[in-house]
Design a protein around this ligand. Structure first.
Ligand code: MN
Ligand code: MN
Length: 473
């Protein structure tokens, strides 16, 4: 093609360039010098995923990473100066971290809030039983999951058991190489005719999500429940627990998959728990790299988002207000002044447009894999029910801030208007009188045991968080 001819633009072309919004694939916009950083970030993120499959594990790994970067536990009343790096771990299940800025807290703080709990199968308080000489653990699913996806995959058992003695025992079966794993069984197709006629949501029910944990009877015995007894015997030898101890336990069956590259081009990452550890890692990694920002930067990694952000470790908890009030008190600044001048990026995943299911998406307003971090003005369902709906000015601020910092971003809406919906922690931050905008990584197969994201989008979410922390506006 004649190069000169290509460069000749018609008046219409010029107007097109000036007027039309035409998002491009992020790989067409990514500067060459950033390609290495995208890859390196993906490797570090995969480690973060494998180290934390529950909120407790993720919180512990977060604290370890933060301590290694000079963060220290914050004690109420402690004097703070610019550049100080502090954190508070809330009951081992949520973490709040701050890098103190050079400006006063009356100017507000820049917050990135994500969540570190993910859908999974929790054990019931009285879970262990034997049927037909097979031992199972009854589960109660946590979060909005599609039950049929959780059968016939390898699962691990993670969590804690609080003994009557006051001691808490950590349980991890399946996480170490050579460990046994667990599974939930399903019907064979030969006998699945009736099941196959049911609606997908009813094919597997909550009470069928029973974890297979053993089959070998206690030796040399003719009594009942010999398989159950043998399972308890093994658990007792390993962890010192008895059956009643399940009552004060938090044990979860989580997918046994390790995070892995997906695609021959290695452009994607498949793993359990991208929602929302992909944004949690972005918010954390960006904070750990800060020196002394202008405004104080705050990273919140919350628990319980998947079941409504309730409870002492959820985003509705006063734990966040207490943390911020403590920081404010050390500077004699009223909390309400700080809150009204703050900004929060509610960093949570969004649905990526999936060409296999075009009927549920509205293509003009869906986030696409590799188009960068997805900004979401509102979440909710139907008529924006349950959304905090960020103002035009707040979205304008985000556009400006991201563009200024070379962040590749896109707009995102979850799906067709009346198709469904969802929520994040955004409304709980906005309710506190903090300007809040949702933004996050587009995910394929969200809430499945194995979710998929694009590496470029992960990296751009990290860059977006960093831009927010460093914003001086
Ligand atoms: Mn989420
Ligand atoms: Mn979710």
């Amino acid at each position: 093609m004649d190069e000169n001819k290509e460069k000749e633009k018609t008046p219409a072309d010029e107007r097109r360039d000036a007027l039309l919004y035409r998002p491009e694939n992020g790989y067409d916009r990514l500067p060459k010098e950033e390609e290495g950083a995208v890859q390196a970030y993906g490797e570090a993120y995969k480690k973060f995923l494998d180290a934390g499959k529950t909120e407790r594990e993720c919180a512990a790994y977060t604290v370890a990473l933060a301590e290694a970067r000079g963060f220290r536990p914050y004690a109420r009343g402690q004097a703070l100066s610019a550049g100080d790096k502090v954190y508070v771990a809330n009951r081992g299940k949520a973490v709040m971290l701050a890098v103190v800025g050079s400006r006063g807290l009356e100017d507000g703080v820049n917050i990135c809030a994500a969540h570190i709990d993910s859908p999974r199968l929790d054990l019931k308080p009285n879970p262990l039983y034997e049927d037909s000489e097979l031992a199972f653990l009854k589960t109660h699913y946590y979060g909005g999951l599609r039950k049929y996806q959780w059968v016939t995959i390898p699962l691990e058992l993670r969590g804690v058991v609080a003994l009557k003695s006051g001691e808490t025992v950590r349980v991890n079966i399946g996480g170490d190489p050579g460990d046994p794993r667990f599974t939930v069984d399903d019907l064979l197709p030969h006998l699945g005719g009736d099941q196959a006629k049911k609606p997908l949501a009813e094919g597997i029910t909550g009470e069928q999500l029973n974890l297979l944990v053993g089959s070998r009877p206690f030796p040399g015995d003719k009594g009942t429940d010999r398989v159950k007894l043998a399972v308890l015997d093994i658990l007792n030898r390993k962890y010192g627990i008895v059956e009643e101890d399940f009552i004060s336990a938090e044990l979860s069956a989580v997918p046994a998959f390790q995070a892995t590259d997906i695609g021959v081009d290695r452009s994607l990452i498949g793993a359990y728990g991208h929602d929302d550890r992909v944004c949690a890692y972005a918010a954390l990694a960006a904070l750990l790299e800060l020196d002394t920002p202008a405004r104080t930067a705050v990273c919140v990694l919350a628990d319980k988002e998947e079941i409504g952000s309730m409870g002492v470790t959820g985003m509705q908890s006063q734990a966040f207000d207490t943390f911020l009030a403590d920081l404010c008190e050390s500077k004699q600044v009223p909390l309400r002044t700080c809150l009204e001048n703050s900004f929060c990026l509610s960093a949570d995943v969004t649905a990526a447009y999936d060409p296999n299911f075009p009927e549920v998406y509205e293509k003009r307003n869906s986030a696409r894999v590799n188009y960068g971090v997805g900004l979401c003005k509102y979440t909710g369902s139907r008529g924006k029910g349950g959304a905090s709906d960020a103002s035009a000015e707040v979205v304008g601020f985000a556009r400006r801030t991201l563009d200024k910092n070379g962040v590749i971003w896109q707009m995102a809406e979850l799906g067709k208007v009346d198709q469904g919906g969802g929520g994040t922690v955004a409304l709980y931050m906005a309710n506190r009188n903090i300007d809040t905008l949702d933004a996050g990584v587009p995910v394929l197969s969200m809430h499945a045991p194995f979710e998929t994201v694009g590496k470029l989008d992960c990296y751009m979410t990290y860059k977006a968080c960093k831009a927010v922390y460093q914003s001086e506006e």
